[in-house]
Ligand binder design. Structure first.
Ligand SMILES: CC(C)(COP(=O)(O)OP(=O)(O)OC[C@H]1O[C@@H](n2cnc3c(N)ncnc32)[C@H](O)[C@@H]1OP(=O)(O)O)[C@@H](O)C(=O)NCCC(=O)NCCS
Length: 183
């Protein structure tokens, strides 16, 4: 199964929706126990029931290249994906997905997003930390638009290093910075 959607993040191009063969992932990866973070924000496992809310987060946070519906369904259902949502008063305000590629020995952060009105409060960092905690692989990678200084700052502050650049990676011609963290 292939999804010819334009990629925002590398794991989509490599196929976040094409990784079922990478192995069965234990239930603990998306277990339903909520992880509490600062104040009134909860970090909880996401599921297909969050499709509508995730669609909204995507459209708002990635106006240039929001994932199409099939990619959203994939990221909420494929067994090799860690998916977590940040919740305030039962509403999704942020989302992260980690694509576990056991055969390659690397996990890719496929997406992370927080609604604009909730940014700068530590929610993006908390999502990243919670996702990393659920990934047992030692190497975690991601890619990000070279112009996305806030996100690059977030990643560098949390131990990700620049390991490469993919020229003109995004559909609009912008290049991607590839970053990696070794746990
Ligand atoms: C990137 C993103 C997920 C960060 O979410 P967030 O909830 O704002 O993240 P945090 O509050 O944990 O802040 C992360 C860092 O950025 C800083 N920051 C956040 N918002 C800021 C702002 N408006 N001005 C200055 N610094 C800011 C924080 O101080 C923090 O720095 P620190 O690590 O030194 O403490 C969010 O900006 C977003 O959704 N952006 C659009 C989607 C996107 O680009 N995703 C990344 C794709 S690779």
């Amino acid at each position: 199964m292939t999804f010819p959607s334009p990629d925002r993040l590398s794991s989509r191009k490599g196929g976040i929706l094409n990784t079922q063969s990478c192995g069965i992932i234990g239930d603990c990866m998306n277990s339903t126990a909520p992880i509490e973070t600062a104040a009134n924000v909860g970090i909880e496992p996401a599921s297909i029931r969050d499709l509508g809310a995730l669609r909204h987060v995507e459209k708002v946070c990635f106006p240039k290249d929001a994932w199409p519906l099939m990619d959203l369904i994939g990221v909420l259902t494929f067994p090799s994906v860690v998916r977590l949502k940040a919740v305030i008063s039962k509403d999704m305000v942020g989302f992260i997905a980690g694509d576990i590629r056991r055969l390659e020995g690397v996990a890719w952060i496929a997406t992370v997003a927080v609604l604009p009105e909730y940014r700068g409060k530590g929610i993006g960092g908390a999502l990243l930390q919670a996702c990393e905690d659920k990934i047992s692989l030692k190497r975690i990678r991601l890619c990000v638009r070279v112009s996305n200084e806030l996100a690059i700052h977030l990643y560098e502050h949390r131990g990700y290093e620049r390991v490469g650049e993919w020229s003109r990676y995004y559909q609009d011609g912008e290049s991607a910075l590839v970053m990696e963290k070794k746990k």
